[in-house]
Ligand binder design. Structure first.
Ligand code: SIN
Length: 538
């Protein structure tokens, strides 16, 4: 079987659109790609929700760039490589840190209101793993919202860019290793649409919803990673899932991120006994890279039998807290907590996928005419653990690159999709299936088996269960977004657990109790998967 699709659609019968470039996604990466490609091509931006609904919009901490006096791209490179625990691709990181400052300056020129110490001087904060204050922020802790709002405005004003909101990317249109665009489902109207393009950019973000507790919005169901995998692209490093150390833990409350910048400004982590514990785990204390802090919190919770630890800012200036963290302050107040005085209950939750669709320095995947960038992609900049606030920069630099490369293709002639009916080899019988129930079970299973600490037995059992669910979940031809998302979540869950089982060592965000050491001799390499390998029985 060369082609795999979720639905058996008659391609000749569904309405079609034909922009030069189709960009799938809505965050900073998608918008950067669309703006770059639109310089000389017609661009269609397709998102399953609204432009506002992305991880970018909720980003608090900021964007890291070597722009502060005394800092340099070389320093930023060094910190990124250290956090990445030996698995970063140095050329990719070098590209990120050297092109990053210019991309951020462009954002400033476009009117993004980054916070300043004075008219001439930008304000920088610190986060875990950074040896320099280099994180720019906007409106205190609403950085993503400020960036996304300005960029969305530019998208809407651009004459070469059209936006299709509420259109779910069911699949990439692909045949024999070439991508010809995508198939979309109009979420409100229930119609399918074929979008044929000279180049396709995948910027769909991450998969946080695969875990029970996550900082990510509801839309992050790994659709892009799963679709690219079905289309034949290589995915890599799926075992490297980052857990953010400080996520609000209150019964009934949303798992709301309490930015690492809070610790950057001096907040302390305390255990149940009110003790500062981080220096027992790492000399960098509260500002160690986040994989180290998450593991320390996990271990502290286990040894004290507690469900959480605390963040305390009571020793810091209330005025500084009010100015720097207005969003966090306001959110916590809804639950009767005062960020300036109270201990805030927190614990780690899934935050970011370091792995994804393998890409090169030009954001190319190994499917022709398909580019990927941002969280859906893996070009080696994050290694085994992403350095805080490098993700918005990733979106800016590699989103732009993907758009530029897509534009080059768009300036050549249009290949036509071989107009064949797609026939996936699946059982067409429908069964009564409670999609919400499977989704909830999947989230619990992945959290238990591929969380902060992993082992062979738990993961083997989890994979058996996931493979069993596959038998009937993939057999369905869902016409609902919830069902299609479930299929994507299941595909991603299988890839995460398979990757975590395969990597018999501990490194960065991947920690195994049965292989507690880092094993450079055998594992200083990527774990990759390709659909064709599974079909050959690998
Ligand atoms: C945070 O504000 O702590 C999150 C920033 C990031 O994930 O890079």
């Amino acid at each position: 079987m060369n082609e795999q699709y979720l639905l058996d659609l008659d391609m000749r019968r569904i309405p079609s659109l034909a922009p030069d470039v189709v960009v799938i996604g809505s965050g900073i990466t998608a918008i950067s790609a669309a703006l770059a490609a639109a310089e000389n091509a017609s661009v269609l931006l397709v998102t399953k929700s609204s432009l506002k609904e992305s991880n970018t919009f909720y980003a608090q901490g900021g964007v890291a760039a070597a722009l502060a006096p005394g800092d340099s791209p070389e320093n930023h490179l060094k910190d990124t490589l250290v956090a990445g625990a030996g698995l970063c691709d140095e050329d990719s990181v070098r590209k990120l840190v050297t092109l990053g400052p210019a991309r951020v300056k462009e954002l400033i020129d476009w009117g993004t209101p980054f916070d300043r110490e004075s008219k001439e001087k930008l304000a920088f904060t610190l986060e875990g793993g950074h040896g320099h204050r280099r994180i720019l922020h906007a409106n205190g802790d609403a950085t993503g919202q400020a960036i996304e709002t300005r960029l969305a405005q530019m998208i809407h004003e651009h004459p070469n860019i059209s936006v299709l909101e509420n259109h779910f990317a069911v699949d990439l249109l692909h045949m024999d290793g070439v991508c010809y665009g995508m198939i979309a489902l109009d979420v409100k109207g229930g119609r399918f649409l074929k979008i044929e393009a000279k180049a396709t950019v995948l910027a769909t973000g991450g998969l946080g919803q695969v875990y029970r507790e996550t900082t990510n919005p509801d839309v992050t169901t790994g659709d892009g990673m799963a679709a690219a995998f079905r289309a034949g692209a290589t995915v890599q490093d799926m075992e490297f899932v980052q857990f953010h150390p400080t996520v609000l833990y209150l019964a009934g409350a949303k798992r709301f991120l309490v930015s690492e910048a809070v610790r950057g400004e001096g907040a302390h982590l305390l255990n149940q006994k009110g003790e500062r514990f981080m220096t027992r785990y790492d000399e960098r204390g509260d500002l160690a890279p986040r994989d180290v802090v998450s593991r320390a919190i996990y271990s502290e919770m286990r040894s004290t039998g507690a469900t959480n630890v605390y963040l305390s800012l009571a020793h810091l200036s209330p005025k500084m807290i009010q100015e720097r963290f207005p969003t966090i302050l306001k959110t916590l107040r809804q639950y009767g907590l005062d960020l300036t005085k109270d201990k805030i209950p927190v614990r780690p939750a899934c935050h970011y996928m370091m792995g994804g669709v393998r890409t090169d320095l030009e954001a190319r995947t190994d499917v022709q005419r398909l580019f990927a960038a941002g969280e859906v992609a893996s070009c080696g900049i994050h290694g085994a653990n992403r350095l805080a606030s490098n993700s918005l920069l990733d979106g800016l630099v590699f989103g732009h690159e993907a758009g530029r490369q897509a534009l080059k293709l768009a300036e050549c002639s249009q290949p036509t999709f071989p107009d064949k009916r797609v026939r996936p080899m699946r059982n067409k019988e429908t069964i009564p299936l409670d999609v919400d129930d499977v989704r909830a079970s999947l989230k619990s299973l992945v959290s238990r088996s591929a969380g902060i600490l992993r082992d062979l037995e738990t993961m083997t059992n989890a994979l058996q269960m996931l493979d069993f669910w596959q038998n009937y979940v993939y057999a369905e031809e869902f016409q609902s977004v919830k069902g299609l998302e479930l299929q994507n979540m299941l595909a991603c869950a299988q890839l995460i657990v398979r990757g975590a089982l395969k990597r018999e060592e501990s490194r960065g965000a991947h920690q195994r109790s049965d292989f507690p050491n880092t094993d450079d001799a055998n594992w200083k390499k990527h774990v990759t998967f390709k659909r064709s390998e599974f079909e050959r029985g690998a």
